[in-house]
Design a protein around this ligand. Structure first.
Ligand code: UDP
Length: 326
């Protein structure tokens, strides 16, 4: 399709629109990424098997001729007739309780699904971007985590299904880059939050916000001294888009380095919501990482990217999304 653009003199120019395939396109991150691509003038095909994704996340794009949704499992053979310029592989269960309940699907989408998505990118001569994760660092022994750290992962623990699938996916992506010369990128995504997270996905942000809004006890796991660093979704997808347009083939951390303990985070959410919920302590899940904070020097240097949304502001927007839904 021809897309009408205007140059700086207001003169119309026609360019052929670029086409992106987003696997996991009805998920939390995939849907926000699709929105950013549309805003930046792309045509978007969102593919999702809806195991953890939800069409409610993309309903606002219904009727947009530049957007298409395909319900499909990316672990099966993939075929798209029209030219694809960029494949963004975001399909995967991503919350600890999801991948504990869906261990085989999690392993399959990270391994077979990554292979199929890479194969499609190769067939189209498209660029490829893998959604990887800070979980490749496991329970890290280096703090904050730099991209050259190889990680400390328990392959046979309950989180191994996700961590090892993503590590395999990174290895597969680099093999396609080195062996086939595919233009690949790898983003290592740290904890991210914002509207469209699933209320019951078990992750700390929806859990604490819904508990605070309902006046229920806020369940801090362990003693709450473990740390996380939370990035607002608009910052995250901007960093990912910039990476997709770059020539960087090595992994790049994208996240917000502002680190806090889980207990501080519970107190912050309680304060912002004005809730009177009590804080209760529950058993720490197996292999729960004790610390996590991205070193984002590489993203700053290569992409000129850094987070802009302060956590208090991002949390307010997220709370307003959850308020009518709890
Ligand atoms: N957590 C918690 N209470 C909850 C859910 C999670 O204290 O109701 C903790 C969890 O143990 C972990 C942190 O919050 O230390 C972040 O958990 P999440 O599931 O969001 O993702 P993770 O960073 O562990 O992948």
């Amino acid at each position: 399709r021809l897309h009408s653009l205007r140059d700086e003199n207001g003169k119309g120019i026609d360019t052929e629109m670029k086409h992106a395939l987003v696997t996991g396109g009805a998920g939390f991150l995939g849907s926000h990424l699709g929105d950013l691509l549309l805003k930046n003038g792309w045509r978007v095909t969102a593919m999702d098997n809806l195991i953890t994704g939800d069409t409610a996340n993309i309903a606002h794009n219904a009727g947009n001729p530049d957007f298409r949704f395909v319900q499909y499992d990316v672990t099966n053979y993939l075929f798209l007739p029209e030219k694809v310029d960029l494949v963004l592989h975001f399909a995967s269960p991503a919350s600890p309780i999801d991948y504990l309940q869906l261990p085989i699907q999690t392993l399959k989408v990270g391994s077979l699904g990554t292979h199929k998505a890479l194969g499609l990118a190769k067939a189209h001569g498209a660029a490829f971007l893998l959604a990887s994760t800070s979980e490749v660092y496991g329970d890290p022994l280096i703090h904050p985590q730099t991209e050259d750290y190889w990680g400390n992962v328990n392959p046979v623990g309950p989180r191994g299904v996700y961590d090892e699938a993503k590590r395999f996916a990174e290895a597969m992506t680099m093999a396609y880059h080195r062996y086939h010369g595919l233009d690949t990128k790898i983003v290592r995504i740290f904890n991210t939050y914002g509207p469209r997270m699933r209320l019951n996905d078990g992750r700390v942000v929806p859990a604490f916000i819904s508990q605070a809004l309902c006046g229920e006890p806020m369940t801090v796991f362990g003693d709450g001294s473990q740390t996380r660093s939370f990035c607002y979704v608009s910052d995250l997808v901007e960093g990912i888009y910039r990476l997709s347009q770059s020539d960087e083939h090595d992994p790049v951390n994208i996240g917000n380095p502002r680190e806090m303990t889980v207990l501080q985070f519970a107190e912050l959410i309680r304060d912002i919501t004005g809730s009177k919920s009590e804080i209760v302590f529950r058993e720490l899940p197996v292999d729960d990482p004790k610390v996590r904070q991205p070193d984002i020097s590489r993203a700053r240097r290569i992409l000129g990217w850094g987070p802009r949304v302060p956590v208090e502001e991002g949390l307010k927007a997220t709370i307003e999304y959850f308020r009518p839904r709890v």
